[in-house]
Design a protein around this ligand. Structure first.
Ligand SMILES: Cc1ncc(COP(=O)(O)O)c(C=O)c1O
Length: 431
């Protein structure tokens, strides 16, 4: 099994967190997102404990809400004493609606509108992660009007290519986020931030990409950030107290993906940082990270009911499911890998090869190609693993398909966390 929260029960059914997926499908229907709350909490604790141990008090993980955003998630994060980053006013609203403490929120975004900026300041969020000079000016002015000194981190791009998928690779110079160090724009960005009133510049943010399986790319980013921070100290007397290193480590979608030892990698990164600071004579900053995927991906799976098989002789066989790119657009977007299992027939021999197709009116609506399964029959339960991140969060109502429910599994029990959309929900905004 890809993860230790998955098992096959005595009936040959796939179970997650000790709960049968067949029982969940019967009770809640399909398509269905299932999340293992115990796994989410364990992942939160792994980051919190390792970061405190190796980076010291004052360093912490901030959950990247873009990976999975609904009220129940923020309640878990609050109980686990995590911070959280939000990338839109909608995510900010969700966090606040769940009662998440605003001072532990970090507001991202490369084009925050004036309204977004006012909403963040009025909500008294902890930090703005400022992307550009326009945002600095509006933020400084509005913070002044409100009599607030707003804490900010400045997003810079270190120019690192961590060799992940193009679409989730953001630390390179040529991207729309932050200001590049190499071209001198980041230095001018710092100068501008320091010149404006009502802002407390606390440090830097960089996100180099996602699905990173080792400490080395983060170490490379730290080297560049440290040299930049030293230059800023020399030129402006500014000392960065926080480095936010962006998204977390990679997860296993398929057996061939490596297992990441998160504590060991955090330790290696911390040792690298300590050495780097000593060499440059720079005070060790607090480290924040923004893991999304590695907190929730392996806590989730999606259940579908098979519709039927279409065999095209000499070509291939498709199995259709009652969901698709509306609940998981990642294969359609960038051919993301997934493990697909016959959830109600786990002990049978997987002797056929099938392409799993969704129900949308779109030929690109595939969940995965060339999957090994026992020949699916109409009504079979198909499970797609590792869907806790960037599935519910990326879901849509294309073709006016209702979004699936989200069910949580905790201590062998289960409960609804997000109800299934209804047809009424689909027309709720139509005038
Ligand atoms: C700025 C930022 N922070 C955090 C993340 C989360 O990354 P991951 O889910 O891979 O941990 C992302 C993802 O793209 C991001 O863009």
């Amino acid at each position: 099994m890809l993860y230790d929260n998955l098992a096959v029960n005595e009936k040959g059914h796939l179970a997650i967190g000790g709960v049968s997926t067949v029982a969940l499908a019967e009770q809640y229907g399909t398509a269905l997102y299932v999340l293992d709350e115990d796994k989410i909490r364990a992942n939160c604790r792994l980051y919190t404990k390792s970061m405190q141990e190796w980076f010291g008090e004052g360093s912490m993980p901030l959950f990247a809400g873009k990976a999975l955003c609904f009220k129940g998630m923020y309640r878990i994060l609050q109980e686990e004493a995590m911070g959280a980053d939000v990338v839109s006013p909608g995510e900010l609203y969700t966090a606040l609606a769940a009662g998440f403490p605003p001072e532990r929120l970090f507001f991202h975004g490369n084009n925050k509108t004036d309204e977004d900026i006012r909403y963040g300041v009025d909500s008294r969020i902890g930090f703005f992660i400022v992307d550009n000079e326009h945002e600095l000016e509006v933020l400084s002015a509005y913070a002044g009007e409100q009599g607030v000194c707003q804490k900010v981190l400045l997003r810079v791009t270190p120019g690192i290519d961590p060799h992940t998928l193009e679409a989730i690779n953001t630390g390179r110079i040529d991207c729309q986020f932050g200001r590049p160090i190499e071209t001198g724009q980041a230095a001018r960005f710092v100068e501008k931030a320091l010149s404006l009133p009502n802002l407390s510049v606390c440090g830097f943010h960089s996100h180099i990409g996602s699905q990173i399986f080792e400490a080395q790319p983060f170490c490379d980013a730290v080297d560049i950030l440290l040299q930049f921070a030293k230059d800023m100290r020399e030129s402006h007397g500014f000392v960065a107290k926080i480095f936010n290193l962006g998204g977390g480590f990679g997860v296993r979608y398929v057996e061939s993906d490596p297992v990441v030892d998160i504590p060991a990698n955090i330790r290696a990164l911390s040792e690298h940082l300590t050495r780097g600071c000593a060499e440059l004579g720079y005070p060790i900053p607090h480290i924040y990270m923004e893991p999304g995927r590695s907190i929730v991906a392996n806590a989730g799976l999606t259940l579908y009911t098979a519709g039927g098989v279409k065999e095209i002789e000499g070509y291939r066989s498709y199995v259709t499911v009652d969901g698709g790119m509306t609940d998981n657009p990642r294969y359609a977007l960038y051919q993301a890998n997934y493990t697909v299992l016959p959830a109600n027939r786990m002990n049978e021999v997987a002797d056929g090869t099938y392409t799993v197709a969704g129900r949308c009116c779109e030929s690109g609506d595939l969940i995965q190609e060339d999957v090994r399964l026992p020949e699916p029959k109409r009504g079979d339960l198909i499970a797609v693993l590792t869907t806790g991140a960037y599935n519910f969060a990326m879901s849509s109502n294309y073709n006016r398909i209702c979004r699936p429910a989200v069910v949580m599994v905790r201590g062998g029990e289960h409960f609804l966390a997000v109800r299934r959309q209804t047809f009424e929900d689909l027309v709720a905004c139509d005038l």
